[in-house]
Design a protein around this ligand. Sequence first.
Ligand SMILES: Nc1ncnc2c1ncn2[C@@H]1O[C@H](COP(=O)(O)OP(=O)(O)OP(=O)(O)O)[C@@H](O)[C@H]1O
Length: 237
Amino acid sequence: MTSTTETRHNPAKDGELALEARDLGFQWASSQPMLRFPDVVIPRGEHLFLQGASGSGKSTLLSLLSGMQVPHSGSVRILGSELQRLGSGARDRFRADHIGVIFQQFNLVPYLSALANVTLPCRLSRVRLEQTRPDPDSAAKELLGLLAIPEDHWHRKVTRLSIGQQQRIAAARALMGSPGIILADEPTSALDSDNRDRFLDLLLGLADDRGASVVFVSHDRSLSRHFHHLVHLGGES
Ligand SMILES: Nc1ncnc2c1ncn2[C@@H]1O[C@H](COP(=O)(O)OP(=O)(O)OP(=O)(O)O)[C@@H](O)[C@H]1O
């Protein structure tokens, strides 16, 4: 795999890193080639754009960074914790506590309201619940307001909302309880370019307010200007 990494900032001192992934290699099956990834180093509060052609391994890299998959080689350290040192249950808890994920298809719970989807992380993580004290509902409503979801939509099932609104609800859910890292996998692919830029400005602004680092995946390199760091995956060699 040929890959490039660009950075517009000097790396922070160790201990101030949101994320550090070194020498990562992963193989989905023994019949498939080993995917090898460039090192990823993000100082706390800075944001990284992950770009590459279809099949280059962007989603695979996100699944390694989130601890959903375990690498065959190399290491992932998030907010100072080495993921491989955690057992699978502890890794799941760490993800629920410290990582907000925005999926390509949003993965909202279809039978829940917008508000109930946003408060979900607080039901899965005591750490995220503590961060929204005294009242998770108020914290969720504040996020929904900041993300321009009209108040009369908050109690509607998410399936009755537009794609752009569902995407912003997925962003609110990821930001809820101020996790240190947000991983976003192509959440803008259904939007036109104006709405894509507007969404990114909102997401990065809210992440900045909360001190979170965002790793954002997209095919569209024009979005990279919003980010401190760029990693380009070049595909299988
Ligand atoms: N669950 C899986 N099982 C087996 N192989 C997989 C799986 N997921 C991805 N792959 C393979 O791993 C390689 C990288 O796929 P990945 O989905 O990470 O790429 P991507 O850059 O995110 O692609 P896209 O932009 O199309 O979403 C591809 O060859 C793909 O076929």
